[in-house]
Design a protein around this ligand. Structure first.
Ligand SMILES: [Zn+2]
Length: 353
């Protein structure tokens, strides 16, 4: 970032934030840069503490177990997923679109049928439904042509899906255990970070960075590397928490996605836009979305009330959380930055640099 955020008058948003999730020792502050508005954690965790803040049971290590679902639910899910994915340029594909949280959904085909096409058009009108499903392939439009690189690919769940849609896939993953899980399903891991990855410049069609940019020491340097690796007109797709969301405004320092000390930076529409433009990207889409609002509400509520990061709660909280999600989704029609997550789709223009 051109701004070094070193201003004596930088605003302290919150002090004494704890690691509610893993109970790492320490307290952190959330600071807002007076010049560029970027929000960041202080102090930054040391490299030596990484083993503690990303322990072996951190979620990217584990491959989710398949849940049992009923036949009817499965049938309806197939129809809805097919209809929506068909809208994303995969309608001529006979590739299997795989599991949506469930391995047992393997092996059904994307149908070319006009009924699916019409159903998809109708379903696209319901934005939450679209966000819930297309987010699972990181909003990557078809037809699949070229290489999809996922940075921080974890156990490879996303690359597994896009490979099934016809993409050639590559992954970068710093955590050796997660990388091993990905290798087990034959995903090519080309490095543990982008700087040392074995990739030709200007060779990648799509780069995805899902819940990663807020974890890295230097987000701007990450974007610079992405720019180099992308082909002309190649796309960068980012999902990261939105620090101006309705959830943040409600829970403040107890908001789940502060997630200190793992989240080093927290972006807004404005600051994400700035960092992309500074790195010569053209922005195609930059908006917020709400599919994570439901879980966010439950976890943030537990942090606030019990100082504990947990998804367990009673039925009343579940109902409250459901209505909060609906409220946020409706509010998003009028207030652009209400959603819990930011979605940015940016393009490497030939003219840019
Ligand atoms: Zn700054």
């Amino acid at each position: 970032m051109s701004c070094k955020h070193k201003y004596k008058s930088n605003k302290i948003l919150y002090n004494k934030i704890k690691d509610w999730r893993l109970n790492t020792k320490g307290e952190w502050s959330l600071i807002k840069c007076n010049r560029c508005d970027l929000i960041f954690l202080h102090p930054k965790p040391t490299k030596q503490s990484f083993q503690e803040i990303y322990p072996n049971n951190y979620y990217t290590h584990i491959r989710e177990k398949a849940k049992e679902i009923s036949k009817i639910k499965k049938y309806i899910l197939y129809k809805i997923i097919n209809a929506i994915i068909a809208q994303y340029g995969y309608k001529n594909s006979n590739e299997n679109f795989i599991e949506i949280s469930n391995k047992k959904l393997n092996g059904f085909n994307i149908n070319n049928n006009y009924l699916y096409y019409i159903a998809g058009k109708i379903l696209k009108i319901i934005p939450l439904l679209e966000d819930l499903i297309v987010r699972k392939i990181m909003f990557i439009k078809g037809p699949a042509k070229g290489i999809h690189l996922d940075i921080g690919c974890g156990n490879g769940w996303l690359l597994d899906r896009t490979r099934n849609l016809g993409w050639n896939v590559l992954g970068i993953e710093p955590d050796p255990k997660a990388a091993n899980q990905a290798k087990k399903i034959n995903i090519d891991i080309v490095g543990n970070k982008i700087e040392n990855a074995n990739i030709k410049e200007s060779s990648i069609t799509i780069i995805t960075i899902r819940h990663v940019i807020e974890h890295v020491e230097d987000p701007s340097s990450l974007l610079k590397q992405c720019f180099k690796l992308l082909k002309p007109h190649g796309k960068l797709i980012i999902i990261t928490p939105n620090i101006e969301s309705l959830g943040y405004k409600k829970f403040k320092k107890y908001w789940r996605d502060i997630d200190s000390p793992r989240h080093l930076y927290l972006f807004s529409i404005k600051t994400l836009k700035n960092i992309l433009i500074e790195n010569n990207f053209s922005i195609k889409k930059l908006r917020t979305s709400s599919p994570s609002a439901y879980k966010m509400f439950i976890i943030s509520n537990n942090i606030k009330r019990f100082k504990k990061y947990s998804i367990d709660c009673n039925i009343f909280i579940k109902i409250k959380s459901f209505f909060f999600t609906i409220k946020e989704e409706l509010l998003r029609l009028f207030i652009k930055n209400a959603g819990e997550e930011l979605l940015a789709i940016a393009v490497k223009n030939e003219k840019s640099k």
